[in-house]
Ligand binder design. Structure first.
Ligand code: HAM
Length: 420
């Protein structure tokens, strides 16, 4: 019996991997334009890190984490908590007052797999630590928007503010009162959530619950003066940078660490998995994880969802490498000669391929065509004896005889010159 990959775990094979490289290369380019440095963290962390940051009562921590119970370690379900753990552990706040960090890698959540939702998925995550200025909120959203735009992906940016420990409790009480009046009409999940985190009732996907909360009080009308001013400035910043956005008072996010600005990049082209990326500010998180009192903000883009969107487009250009020179050899002697020559060509920097199976010239030319080889060097047994080989330019179909040099290095240099 064949062994298949686990449900919700996916191989990324040639043909698709080029799109991943394109997405990753574009992201690295944009992140570096915005002066971000890369950081890489381990996949396994202490379970407590996620319970303390994401929140005990969230779906992620309650039911989606891959945890080794006996060891109390968990495969990271997201990057933010790990990144902040590393930030604190290495005293990165001492090295630089404001750190702009990004990371790219796999995350793990035991969710029900469907299109755009996997159990191992990949995030491109960017975080700015050490500043509470609303400008950074605008800047980081503008960075996400620029990245998506450069990839040719159309999204809308939705934004909300979740207030701070000064204003959220008051809003929570008001909301709870509103919910209690309609409790019997809400789904079981909402009934349960109203006890642990009533704000989450606002983003229930059940159409009946949605209808019921339509008239719910808006947090934006209950922000304290500081949060209100911050949010006004964030919006001004987006307008200054010409980034389109809309306000969504129902957006509460599924992670507990957020304060003030939260946002999502939404697509209409992926059905129910509409968020291609999301993030927000978390001004109390670093301190909560035992670090200094440092504010932060960030977002993560879901790579699988970006890839699906690119696959839906026609003619997406990828920069997949093509073969510079295919060395076709006929017979054992030619093949013996070709083997080290191919190595020397690679040392000179040429993407070089050859066939090791002694196939016919026709078959080797087919392989060269399939690899879109720019040149083919044909080494025949007879030609070799006469010290000659044929170099064919595949674009023009022109052929030229070239002299075989006994020194591989010299031969490779002469080919390099002709193939440029
Ligand atoms: P999140 O909303 O849980 O936020 O995930 C961010 C993005 O990751 C989602 O918008 C989605 O594109 C992708 N994603 C999440 N779960 C899956 C899944 N099961 N399969 C495929 N893609 C998925 C966070 O993780 C926060 N750490 C974001 C953040 C960074 N906030 C501040 N800094």
């Amino acid at each position: 019996m064949k062994i298949k990959a686990l449900n919700g775990f996916k191989d990324i094979v040639p043909g698709e991997v080029e799109l991943w490289q394109k997405v990753e290369n574009t992201a690295r380019d944009i992140f570096s334009r915005f002066n971000f440095s890369e950081i890489r963290m381990p996949i396994l962390e202490k379970t407590d890190l996620f319970a303390r940051s994401i929140g005990e009562a969230t779906d992620i921590v309650e039911k989606e984490m891959y945890t080794f119970i006996d060891k109390q370690i968990t495969m990271r379900p997201e990057a933010t908590a790990s990144l902040i753990r590393a930030y604190i552990q290495h005293g990165l706040h001492v090295q630089k007052p404001v750190q702009r960090l990004f990371t790219i890698g796999p995350m793990f959540r035991h969710e029900r797999p469907q299109k755009g939702r996997l159990r191992q998925f990949h995030q491109m995550d960017a975080e700015v630590l050490g500043t509470a200025t609303p400008r950074v909120d605008s800047e980081i959203m503008a960075m996400g928007a620029m990245l998506l735009q450069e990839l040719g992906i159309t999204v809308s940016l939705e934004m909300n503010s979740l207030g701070c420990p000064a204003c959220r409790p008051g809003f929570r009480e008001k909301l709870l009162h509103f919910i209690e009046e309609r409790m019997d009409k809400l789904c079981d999940n909402c009934k349960r959530r109203s006890k642990t985190n009533p704000l989450r009732v606002l983003d229930c996907k059940n159409p009946r619950c949605r209808e019921e909360v339509e008239e719910a009080p808006s947090i934006l009308e209950h922000l304290c003066a500081d949060c209100d001013e911050h949010f006004t400035q964030v919006q001004k910043g987006l307008q200054d940078l010409d980034v389109q956005y809309s306000l969504n008072k129902f957006m509460v996010r599924g992670l507990d660490y957020y304060t003030r600005t939260t946002f999502e990049f939404i697509t209409e082209d992926l059905g129910s998995q509409a968020a291609v990326g999301a993030g927000g500010r978390y001004d109390g998180l670093v301190e909560k994880l035992g670090g200094p009192k440092v504010p932060g903000i960030g977002f993560a883009l879901g790579m699988e969802r970006l890839i699906l969107l690119l696959q839906q487009q026609e003619d997406v250009e990828t920069d997949s490498a093509t073969v510079d020179i295919f060395v076709a050899s006929l017979g054992d002697t030619a093949s013996e000669f070709a083997f080290p020559l191919v190595h020397a060509l690679r040392q000179k920097g040429l993407l070089t391929a050859m066939d090791h199976e002694g196939r016919s010239l026709k078959s080797q030319m087919k392989q060269a065509n399939k690899a879109s080889a720019k040149f083919v060097l044909i080494l025949g047994e007879n030609e070799l004896e006469q010290g000659q080989a044929v170099l064919k330019n595949m674009a023009t179909q022109e052929q030229q005889d070239i002299a075989i040099l006994s020194d591989n290095n010299e031969m490779a240099s002469s080919l390099l010159e002709r193939c440029q």
